[in-house]
Write a protein that binds this ligand. Structure first.
Ligand code: ADP
Ligand code: ADP
Length: 228
């Protein structure tokens, strides 16, 4: 399996119920997973554990044969090869679109960085916007730059937390479709969290439903319809 989450539990300090309770999920390369569930059901916690922002209480996390976490391993977040598109992880306002996308490419030669940046702008169809600053873009365009920035270093996995919540309804519809195309074209494995079933149905290969930190359902969007 490309991503393996095995029997992972986690509790925040000074809380009673676990935020995540013996959670297990295998993900294939290139698969798009959506995580659905009410507020407080543990969706963001899964992302935070994968990203290395929190340490599980027990269990195992593996990506492409590399152990991120087990009883003797904790791989630092920056070594995990995971890209993030979080609400509170916005674009750098004082940097152009180009600089934002190249920011995560340290270690590459300048010419290679530029080539990759142009590839990413082509992918998200913003070729003409390289010299603009974030405030000169629409909400949807900023969202696409954030996705380009996350994908640019060619991560194993990208995590998206409510990526559409700041956009108006019309734009949300368009971005959902665009995002699925972008992820599929780049063959990027991704997990995105949403509380909106419509998002999940349009975007995902498989949907995970959480309830009180536990897996409540996992299956294809069409299988989920049968549960109502
Ligand atoms: P969701 O993303 O589905 O809204 P979370 O993963 O953020 O849910 O939260 C799961 C549970 O953990 C909730 O009960 C929430 O109140 C609790 N929780 C989340 N963050 C913290 C925190 N920093 N400290 C204490 N409890 C937290
Ligand atoms: P969208 O339909 O994606 O929300 P908008 O209607 O917000 O787009 O914007 C339409 C066009 O105007 C876009 O090409 C965008 O880049 C440009 N634009 C929006 N806001 C600004 C701004 N403050 N400065 C310069 N260009 C802008």
């Amino acid at each position: 399996m490309f991503v393996a989450i095995e029997d992972v539990s986690f509790s925040y300090p000074n809380t009673q119920a676990p935020a995540l309770d013996r959670f297990t999920l295998d993900i294939k390369k290139g698969e798009v997973i959506s995580i659905l569930g009410r507020s407080g059901s543990g969706k963001s916690t899964i992302l935070r554990l994968l990203a290395g922002l929190e340490r599980p209480k027990n269990g195992r996390l593996v990506i492409q044969d590399e152990t991120l976490f087990d009883d003797k391993t904790f791989l630092q977040p920056e070594k995990r090869g995971i890209g993030m598109v979080f609400q509170d992880y916005a674009l750098f306002p004082h940097m152009t679109v180009a600089a934002n996308i190249m920011f995560g490419l340290s270690g590459m030669k300048k010419a290679d960085k530029k080539r990759r940046m142009h590839e990413m702008l082509e992918l998200v169809e913003l070729e003409e916007y390289e010299k603009r600053y974030p405030h000169q873009l629409s909400g949807g365009q900023q969202q696409r730059v954030a996705i380009a920035r996350a994908i640019a270093p060619n991560p194993h996995l990208i995590l998206l937390d409510e990526p559409f919540s700041n956009l108006d309804a019309e734009l949300q519809g368009k971005i959902r479709k665009d995002l699925r195309e972008i992820l599929k074209k780049a063959n990027i494995t991704s997990i995105f969290v949403t509380h909106d079933e419509k998002d999940a149905h349009i975007l995902a290969d498989r949907i995970v439903k959480l309830k009180d930190g536990k897996m409540d359902f996992v299956g294809r969007p069409c299988d989920m319809l049968d549960t109502f």
